[in-house]
Design a protein around this ligand. Structure first.
Ligand code: PEP
Length: 246
């Protein structure tokens, strides 16, 4: 089985001094105590260059929080996947719910972004997840499998999927272990059936993962790691989550 991945999504937080300090703290910790999982941090675009320097040689991977679906061109304010590679990124988050629901990105847009990432050698972390209303209506599995079918490129050698129920992000609410297991099993089944090249892709859970629930979530079948938002902004918390893989 592939090593598990603990990924930190810093969202729109941090100035250069904060970001460099947080990344440097993590680099110091990993130098002193190697992990059994892989660590990835996804700072805002403005911090990528500084954070790349701070984690250089540490083994911590760097990722973007988004990229455009086109290789380059007249897209003011956007960032191309190749620009992320140029700054040392290996991963990029696409389809985060704050973009799907906050900025109206649909599956087609997410698919284009994931394909653009793969085209330049980045691993897209394709986020999927149901809203509270969809879960209450009993359609969580349908929604998630539709999102995977329509947002993951057809030939996907390089892929991570993150199951992030919208209602669990930043709320302190976490699905039951059975519900997480059911959705992860559904994602695995869709990948095996429709994306055989990516059948073994890591499937992360994201949504209010914290030091005190990480070990329990990581013990669930098919959970290949965590995508962590709020708790990735504090080195001690993110580190405690990462050591929960041991
Ligand atoms: C996220 O934004 O991807 C996330 C999981 O956030 P949080 O951990 O804060 O719920």
């Amino acid at each position: 089985m592939a090593r598990r991945l603990i990924a930190g999504n810093w969202k729109m937080n941090g100035l250069r001094a904060d970001g460099t300090q947080l990344a440097g703290d993590l680099a110091d910790r990993i130098a002193a105590e190697p992990l059994t999982c892989d660590l990835l941090i996804c700072p805002p675009f403005t911090l990528l260059a500084d954070v790349a320097d701070a984690i250089d040689g540490s083994g911590i991977a760097l990722g973007g929080q988004d990229c455009h679906g086109a290789a380059k061109g007249a897209f003011t304010g956007s960032v191309a996947a190749a620009m992320l590679v140029d700054l040392g990124c290996s991963h990029v988050i696409v389809g985060h719910s704050e973009r799907r629901h906050g900025l109206g990105e649909d599956d087609e847009t997410v698919l284009a972004k994931a394909a653009a990432a793969q085209a330049v050698g980045l691993t897209p972390i394709v986020c999927v997840g149901e809203t509270a209303g969809e879960r209450d209506a009993g359609s969580a599995l349908d929604v998630v499998s539709r999102q995977v079918r329509h947002s993951v490129p057809a030939n996907s050698g390089r892929l991570v999927v993150a199951y992030e129920p919208v209602w669990a992000i930043g709320t302190g609410r976490v699905p039951t272990s059975d519900d997480i297991a059911a959705v992860h099993a559904e994602i695995r089944a869709v990948l095996r059936a429709d994306r055989p090249d990516a059948a073994a892709a890591l499937i992360l859970y994201g949504g209010s993962a914290k030091p005190d629930n990480a070990a329990e979530i990581l013990a669930i079948d098919e959970v290949g790691g965590l995508l962590v938002g709020g708790a990735s902004l504090t080195a001690a918390d993110f580190w405690a989550i990462a050591t929960s893989c041991d």
